[in-house]
Design a protein around this ligand. Structure first.
Ligand code: KG4
Ligand code: ZN
Length: 390
């Protein structure tokens, strides 16, 4: 291959991923579906913090402000020009419609002006690829069939993932350079709140700061997870469905029964107002009861996620378990899944903590098999807030 052809081929391997489905404006350059050259995530946490949750109107306005600099930063950190990429991948859904529209519109305009194919990606498939991308890069591709739990602030869904012997490359995964077609089947999902949403709401009630997941993760290590028993929510019908609104309500009523906690709650509100948000700053302002409460809450949520996922893995004869999404960054959850998978002689795969939460590297990775298969969207592409994966 001549030198210019070689560099052309290398360049066409590059995918620019764009992600704007919720409150992170993200762009990444990924080579060959697995090598991350850059991954830039502009978080909007500071904007949404005072509301204790994502405010959709503010999120889309902020995406508009950040998307161009974030994409430029991704190209610059990767040491490339945007015209060097082979394709542009963008999250089409599911997510907040106003946020999605910013990414989709910008992706369309960029693809058109650069004359590159535009590849729409399902955000949930992106989370699956956050696991696959790093596993492939480390040379330890998961074995299929697999069960995949996507657990974040917006989603708690269980899929079964099978590898088809042949067929279309649409949902493929790259294994040693070859496209392995994957097919997803939905097994179950939350009927009300997502697990991350429950973390955020409980943290809000207890004045622990926003987002709730990381701080509860750290504080829980200092409490007794067996101190408070939360009743498991009975779910009729599908044994693989989840429900987290019950535990949130249980915490609410528990706090009503303990008005003496108001003093420490007020102290934490004051500390948070001063910008003292670290676990080191918040922990001394928590009573033993509060630390036991967060540890018990977390234990209950993790046990529930674990129990249903492992039961699904058994029923569907999975050879691996994949866990992705913001809550997959949780240390207790990782330890519990590692232990249970060892017992069941299964491999469990998580993304690194950085790729657990929303990012665009996972979007670029998910697009790569579609790019190889020649898939591309035209100008009629629209954001779809409720886009299902299966
Ligand atoms: O995947 P993500 O960035 O955005 C969504 O698609 O929702 O996930 C954010 C969610 C938030 O609810 C946050 O509280 C939770 O993930 N989270 C965690 C941890 N880190 C983030 N939950 C538990 N433990 C963590 N370490
Ligand atoms: Zn997500």
């Amino acid at each position: 291959m001549s030198e210019s052809k070689q560099s052309e081929a290398t360049r066409s391997d590059l995918i620019l991923g764009i992600e704007s489905s919720c409150d992170e404006t993200a762009a990444a350059i990924v080579a060959g579906g697995k090598t991350i050259l850059s991954s830039v995530v502009a978080s909007q946490i500071d904007i949404h913090r005072k509301y204790g949750g994502v405010v959709p109107e503010l999120a889309s306005r902020e995406h508009l402000r950040r998307i161009v600099p974030v994409v430029r930063e991704a190209a610059s950190q990767a040491g490339i020009e945007l015209r060097d990429v082979g394709a542009i991948a963008v999250t089409r859904g599911p997510g907040l419609v106003g946020s999605l529209i910013v990414g989709v519109t910008y992706g369309k305009a960029l693809a058109m002006s650069l004359g590159k194919p535009l590849i729409p990606v399902n955000h949930l498939e992106g989370h699956v690829h956050a696991v696959l991308l790093e596993a492939h890069a480390a040379g330890r591709a998961p074995e299929f069939p697999a069960v995949c739990l996507i657990v974040s602030g917006g989603h708690t869904i269980l899929y079964r993932v099978i590898q088809a012997a042949s067929g279309d490359h649409g949902n493929g995964s790259i294994v040693r350079g070859a496209v392995m077609p994957l097919h997803y089947g939905r097994i179950g999902g939350t009927r009300d709140d997502a697990a991350g949403e429950a973390y955020d709401k409980v943290a809000k009630m207890l004045a622990l700061g926003y987002p709730g997941g990381p701080i509860i993760d750290q504080l829980a290590a200092f409490g007794d997870p067996a101190a408070i028993r939360f009743a498991t929510t009975k779910i009729r019908g599908n044994a693989y469905d989840f429900s987290f609104s019950g535990i949130k309500t249980a915490v609410f009523y528990l706090l009503r029964k303990h008005p003496e906690l108001q003093g420490e709650i007020d102290a934490r509100i004051t500390a948070l107002g001063r910008g003292e948000r670290s676990a080191e700053a918040i922990r001394p302002l928590c009573s033993k009861f509060t630390l036991d409460l967060v540890a018990s809450f977390q234990h209950s949520v993790v046990e529930d996620l674990l129990r249903r996922t492992m039961a699904a893995a058994e029923e569907f004869k999975a050879r691996s378990v994949l866990v992705s999404g913001g809550v997959a960054a949780n240390r207790a959850l990782r330890a519990a899944f590692d232990e249970a998978a060892k017992q069941a002689r299964l491999n469990v795969h998580f993304p690194s903590r950085a790729l657990s939460t929303d990012n665009a590297a996972m979007i670029a990775a998910a697009a790569y098999p579609r790019f190889l298969a020649g898939e591309a969207a035209d100008v009629t592409l629209n954001a779809e807030a409720n886009l299902p994966l299966a």
